[in-house]
Design a protein around this ligand. Structure first.
Ligand SMILES: O=C[C@H](O)COP(=O)(O)O
Length: 247
């Protein structure tokens, strides 16, 4: 198995440190894009305002690195119109993958029609532009029943509204990597959570993200059956190392 094929390289935390000036911030993102090109990762996951920069660097380097970006990150609370507008700009700027944060608070509050509609409309926008779409469900904010229900909801929307050939382009993703639990418990890609997602979202693929820190954890996720891993520690993992949790 080639672990590099599974790795998204996500550096959202480093590019989001509030104490960095805008210039330093951009330089950090540049460094991580460059690293992802050199390391030949599958994809660099960056904030929407850095997509054009990544596009330029990737084309200059004649690299096959894909660009992913996050929409309505990290809380997923914006309106459908705002989500669509942000996604449209990312598409125009050259993003390949759109990782939408699902409005999981609305889901928890029983506003199911709102959630269904955003999943349907945003997925339609992504797929009609030949993009990969991912739905971040923020598992740490949900109990087990909610994780199962939301995975099933997303699966059913896709199965009922899109062609079978599109299923592999719509992922359910575990975490933003930004959610803070009160006691700092692991808040993303834990084994029990990923198993629940795999069992309930199939045939949609799963992206394990949030807290994947070591080569062994990444391999465990791959063996469970995930199709992507999102991590801000991609380089260390690809080199068989463990890195510190950044929370
Ligand atoms: O998908 C993106 C996440 O930021 C990955 O989380 P992480 O920083 O815990 O690896």
């Amino acid at each position: 198995m080639n672990i590099r094929q599974y790795l998204d390289s996500t550096y959202l935390k480093t590019s989001d440190q509030a104490n960095l000036s805008e210039a330093e911030n951009t330089q950090i993102v540049k460094n991580t894009i460059e690293e992802a090109i050199i390391e030949r990762f599958k994809l660099i996951m960056i904030r929407p305002d850095k997509v054009s920069l990544a596009k330029e660097m990737i084309s200059k380097a004649q690299s096959n690195l894909l660009i992913g970006t996050v929409i309505d990150f990290p809380e997923g609370k914006s309106s459908l119109e705002e989500k669509l507008a942000e996604a449209n700009v990312a598409i125009q700027n050259g993003a390949d993958d759109l990782d939408f944060v699902c409005n999981y608070e609305a889901f928890k509050n029983g506003e199911i029609d709102l959630v269904k509609n955003e999943i349907l409309q945003c997925t339609r926008l992504g797929l009609s532009n030949k993009k990969v779409v991912k739905w971040i469900i923020e598992v740490a904010a949900l109990n087990d029943t909610e994780i199962i229900q939301l995975s099933v909801l997303i699966k059913n929307i896709i199965i009922q509204n899109f062609d079978e050939n599109d299923y592999s382009s719509v992922f359910v993703k575990s975490s933003t990597g930004f959610y803070k639990t009160e006691n700092n418990l692991p808040n993303g890609a834990t084994v029990p959570t990923i198993i629940m997602m795999l069992e309930n979202a199939s045939p949609l693929p799963i992206k394990a993200a949030g807290g994947v820190r070591s080569y062994d954890e990444a391999v465990e996720m791959i063996n469970l059956g995930v199709k992507r891993i999102g991590t801000s520690n991609a380089k260390a993992i690809a080199n068989g190392e463990t890195s510190q949790n950044q929370y």
